[in-house]
Design a protein around this ligand. Structure first.
Ligand SMILES: [Fe+2]
Length: 341
């Protein structure tokens, strides 16, 4: 994407995030990554009269795989203090699940993550209409006491809710201390620590993140009291188990966030367009039901394991207190519906 177009979509983003004249914004990058993002955001913020600067950290040391929640900021408390002084931080590194991000948000600074390819950012710009649908979903989810997910492939699992908050993601953020990720159009919460029981069966075409692959043959999870007891199946099941075992952390078998996606513009086949991204398009596609394994500290829970998988599924049904919210991969609540793609 040319830099002028990139600046234009960043301008849209900052307007949707309520950036006003005189606000203090910091764009955070590391190494040689996403320097063009910093340029585009700085130019856009200047047009809005924001006071902006770019904080660039050194490249992280090479590690094998993705260590969720481990960032270069941990060794730089002065930098964290500076970020806490800002009205808004644009995170082009990926701070999510880190203590540093939580401290920045707790100080009242809003945080926007922007790490996906510019072409995807452009296609999935935040909109007021989708924000409203996500917020309606958030209100419905926040009131629910139980979530049940079923599928024709044998999924039947129940989450006991009401302990942890509901999180909305609509791809921009205009409230103090609030985090969001561009692009995003989904809602989620988590169960009580011992509150998930049943079976989840992944079907061909369901999505494994961060593997960024599609499931090819069924994978069956057995879950009791919030922890995975067993994962069975073929090659995909073996890959999942091998990956999880590499963290050497039994808390990776915990159950993490759960919810559904609402963006009719997001493609299920998105990994064929952007195979190396963060998978936000897959988390957002209309009517997906996403469950996740591993940490729940993002919601305020005690599990901060680095072993985290997000798994958007197609064709599921999701019920809150027995009321249908998603039916066979389509949104069942009129106020949340869009024209099905
Ligand atoms: Fe996740």
């Amino acid at each position: 994407m040319d830099q002028v177009s990139f600046m234009e979509i960043c301008l849209h983003q900052l307007k949707m995030s309520g950036v006003k004249e005189g606000e203090k914004l910091i764009v955070l990058t590391q190494g040689a990554d996403r320097l063009d993002y910093a340029d585009a955001f700085l130019a856009a913020g200047q047009q809005l009269g924001a006071q902006m600067y770019h904080m660039r950290l050194p490249s992280p040391p090479p590690v094998s795989g993705w260590n969720v929640g481990v960032t270069g900021l941990a060794a730089l408390p002065e930098a964290v203090e500076a970020l806490k002084q800002a009205d808004m931080v644009i995170d082009c590194i990926f701070l999510l699940f880190s203590d540093e991000q939580m401290a920045i948000q707790a100080s009242g600074t809003r945080v926007l993550t922007a790490v996906e390819p510019p072409e995807l950012l452009a296609r999935l710009l935040p909109t007021t209409e989708l924000r409203e649908k996500v917020e309606i979903g958030g209100e419905i989810l926040a009131k629910a006491q139980t979530m049940r997910i079923t599928s024709p492939h044998g999924t039947d699992v129940t989450y006991r809710l009401g302990v942890y908050p509901t999180i909305t993601e609509y791809g921009c953020t205009d409230e103090p201390g609030r985090w969001d990720h561009w692009p995003a159009t989904f809602v989620f919460t988590g169960a009580a620590d011992d509150g998930v029981d049943g079976q989840i069966v992944l079907a061909p075409g369901d999505v494994l993140l961060p593997f960024n692959t599609y499931v090819r043959e069924p994978v069956t999870y057995t879950i009791e009291k919030g922890f995975i007891q067993d994962i069975r199946g073929g090659l995909d099941a073996e890959l999942i188990k091998s990956y999880m075992a590499s963290f050497n952390d039994p808390r990776g078998m915990g159950m993490s966030h759960v919810g559904w996606g609402l963006d009719p513009r997001a493609h299920w086949h998105g990994l064929t367009d952007f195979p190396g991204g963060m998978g936000m398009e897959l988390r957002s596609f209309y009517g997906n039901v996403m469950f996740s394994t591993g940490p729940n500290n993002e919601l305020g829970g005690p599990n901060d394991t680095a072993c985290h998988l997000d798994i958007p599924m197609r064709g599921c049904s999701l019920f809150l207190d027995d009321e249908p919210i998603v039916l066979d991969g389509d949104i069942a609540v009129p106020e949340m519906r869009s024209e099905r793609p």
